[in-house]
Design a protein around this ligand. Structure first.
Ligand SMILES: CCCCCC/C=C/C(=O)SCCNC(=O)CCNC(=O)[C@H](O)C(C)(C)COP(=O)(O)OP(=O)(O)OC[C@H]1O[C@@H](n2cnc3c(N)ncnc32)[C@H](O)[C@@H]1OP(=O)(O)O
Length: 349
């Protein structure tokens, strides 16, 4: 059986993550049977936690569960993280988004409602493409929103299971480049950018809100940046924009301690512009946006530039620093453990 585990792990993880997984003793030695390492023994503690999380299952069941886990991870990463050929795209040209342009408004809607609009590598790429197209089209304003009950649950955690031949280091490097390019698109976007936050927002879908002109939220929305829980650190320029928007103490509660804000709290902190009852949210927001979109577009662009331009250089520097810090965090045991716990259904936010 240990051979079967090894075969599946070798097939799914041809790299450093594979060797990390193979070091988990639960798959080969049965229930956790050693004392918990001290809090400062980070690597052994991470392995102990992962082993202990398997519980007191018989050895064979733990092994079988482990085989099922890595097989499942392989198929879920196939379906959600990898970029498929152009021919597979939907008619609109986007696989993860619905993009429409009417009444002077380009609407970019994240469209993976069954996965709470978790952001796959493909979705990041498509949002960048949609923003680039919107910056050149004849719409006056651009809106980002979500389909279904969530705005977005943030980064799709299965992104981290699709490991290239260069191993987890190459994966972390590529992800940091993508993250930096993604956030740069928001920093440089020339037209007024509005977030229509239709439901809960998590992680990167929250942090980039500091780069929007206006954020409208349903009273069902919540705002959650659980970076420490995930062994990660802030992105989207939030380490700079959040303290500016809400003050350092409130920013620390969100970014360090992962405090989840209600829409009303986020509005009181200045992250959200206005909150609407969920029952009338769409009607009220779109009526307002249609009126705004009739204002002279060049005047709106110039006013945005005046508000944002003197900050741009700083924002690009912050983005570069946050991205390279995350590149290191993604290789940490704290981060890998948190992702494994989510993927094994042991942890949710
Ligand atoms: C280029 C890389 C850039 C990276 C930038 C760094 C970004 C960092 C972040 O964004 S950190 C935030 C990461 N997000 C999370 O940790 C959220 C994880 N999800 C959850 O905790 C929960 O799913 C929930 C609280 C959002 C919703 O819970 P619930 O209402 O009980 O729904 P389900 O959990 O059953 O979700 C339905 C379905 O969606 C899948 N899913 C939801 N969110 C994610 C996600 N972020 N990543 C992957 N998959 C997600 C979930 O697994 C379910 O799938 P299933 O139906 O079981 O197949």
């Amino acid at each position: 059986m240990a051979g079967a585990v090894g075969r599946v792990v070798r097939r799914c993880y041809p790299n450093a993550l594979r060797s990390w997984l193979l070091k988990l003793p639960g798959a080969t030695e049965g229930p956790c049977n050693t004392p918990k390492p001290g809090v400062f023994d980070l690597i052994n503690k991470a392995k102990w936690d992962a082993w202990n999380a398997l519980g007191s299952l018989p050895k064979e069941t733990a092994r079988q569960n482990y085989v099922d886990l890595v097989s499942g991870l392989s198929s879920s990463s196939d379906s959600s993280s990898q970029v498929k050929p152009e021919a597979d795209r939907k008619q609109s040209g986007y696989e993860t988004l619905v993009v429409t342009s009417e009444d002077g408004i380009t609407k970019i809607m994240m469209n993976r409602p069954a996965k709470k609009n978790a952001m796959t590598m493909r979705m990041y790429e498509e949002i960048m493409l949609a923003l680039k197209a919107a910056s050149k089209d004849d719409s006056a304003i651009t809106v980002l929103t979500g389909n279904g009950d969530y705005y977005s649950s943030g980064n799709d955690l299965t992104n981290f299971t699709d490991i290239p031949s260069g191993g987890v280091e190459e994966k972390a490097k590529n992800s940091a480049i993508l993250l930096r390019d993604f956030v740069d698109c928001f920093i440089d976007f020339p037209k007024p950018l509005i977030a229509v936050v239709n439901g809960p927002a998590v992680g990167i879908s929250v942090t980039i809100l500091g780069l929007f002109e206006v954020v409208y939220a349903s009273d069902r929305a919540t705002f959650h940046t659980p970076f420490s829980h995930l062994g990660q650190s802030p992105e989207g320029c939030s380490s700079y924009t959040f303290p500016k928007i809400m003050g350092p103490a409130k920013a620390a509660e969100m970014l360090i301690f992962g405090k989840k804000l209600t829409a009303a709290e986020a509005c009181a902190q200045g992250l959200v512009t206005e909150v609407f009852p969920d029952s009338t949210f769409q009607k009220e927001v779109w009526t307002r946006l249609k009126a705004y979109s009739k204002l002279p577009p060049n005047a709106m662009r110039i006013s945005k530039q005046m508000i944002r331009n003197r900050e741009k250089e700083k924002l690009h520097a912050v983005n570069a620093e946050e991205s390279s810090t995350l590149q290191e965090r993604w290789l940490s045991d704290e981060c890998m453990n948190a992702i494994m716990n989510f993927l094994t259904r042991k942890a949710k936010l």
